[in-house]
Design a protein around this ligand. Structure first.
Ligand code: 2AM
Ligand code: CA
Length: 259
């Protein structure tokens, strides 16, 4: 491990996430201002931007050498992952935030020279905080998550958004073979749910680095796998497909369904 104090960085990041969550919860009493970005399914609210600005201000003040990449535009010109980079989704699951006022998360992954060091996912309304430091395991509200056991497709609960089934026919036999599917609508929560042994795999055809940066760190700490759909390493600077799965199931997905 590098010579940075990752425990103190993780503690500070965790406090910022809790503070941001308070701001979001308070905002639920007010009317939400919703706009859409590229199309009517791609929502953004004033809170997405306010929370990202909150993180940017606090991180810049306390860790002046650290860089930030955020969904709402911070660091959009970042060309590489040299140094320490915080990859932030201020609200993951904005559609849930707007429609349901729950099932959304704050996602923060901290990378050093491209290596995931600290992962934090906070399911704000469920008050479930997932944390991990590289090599030290993953925790849910301070309790260590057990290493995941192997899984088999026939007994697997697989998280996948139904829209992707229309786009990629490789998903059809998989959905036929597995025990069932789920869709929570927030990538960070879906990754955390595999880590917490609530589902066995999560598949998406299009995620951005802020959607999976924290989840990838947490998933590795519980002994599960995370790559692109075809098995390549994730690129933290580009949108990507994603295949998260327990051992055993991961190899089945790769060998029998996606390759
Ligand atoms: P977001 O809410 O932060 O945008 C929805 O299935 C999940 O996929 C959410 O985690 C959502 O993140 C993410 N996602 C990534 N790209 C998306 C897109 N182009 N449209 C909708 N959701 C997207
Ligand atoms: Ca978001």
């Amino acid at each position: 491990m590098s010579n940075h104090d990752w425990h103190s960085i993780a503690n500070r990041a965790q406090s910022l996430v809790k503070e941001a969550a308070r701001l979001i919860r308070d905002s639920l009493k007010e009317k939400r201002i919703v706009e859409y970005k590229s199309n009517p399914n791609d929502l953004v609210t004033e809170m997405d931007r306010r929370i990202e600005a909150f993180f940017t201000e606090e991180i810049t003040r306390e860790f002046s050498t650290h860089l930030i990449l955020g969904e709402e535009g911070t660091g959009k010109d970042l060309k590489d992952l040299n140094g320490i980079v915080w990859i932030i989704d201020p609200i993951d699951g904005t559609t849930n935030f707007v429609h349901q006022q729950r099932h959304f998360a704050i996602s923060v992954g901290i990378y050093e020279n491209g290596v995931g060091m600290v992962g934090i996912i906070y399911d704000v309304m469920a008050d479930e905080l997932y944390t991990a430091i590289k090599g030290e395991g993953a925790f849910l509200n301070g309790r260590k998550l057990p290493k995941l056991k192997k899984a088999d497709v026939k007994e697997a609960l697989i998280a996948v958004n139904s829209g992707w089934i229309i786009k990629d026919e490789r998903l059809i036999p998989l959905i036929r073979d597995c025990r069932g599917t789920r869709a929570y609508g927030a990538a960070a929560i879906e990754m955390a749910s595999v880590a917490a042994n609530r589902t066995d795999a999560y598949i998406s055809l299009n995620l951005s680095p802020w959607d999976f940066a924290a989840g990838a760190i947490i998933i590795k700490e519980v002994g599960a796998r995370v790559t692109t759909l075809e098995g390549a390493d994730l690129n933290l600077l580009k949108p990507s497909t994603i295949c998260v799965a327990k051992e055993g199931l991961y190899e089945q997905l790769q060998n029998h369904y996606f390759n």
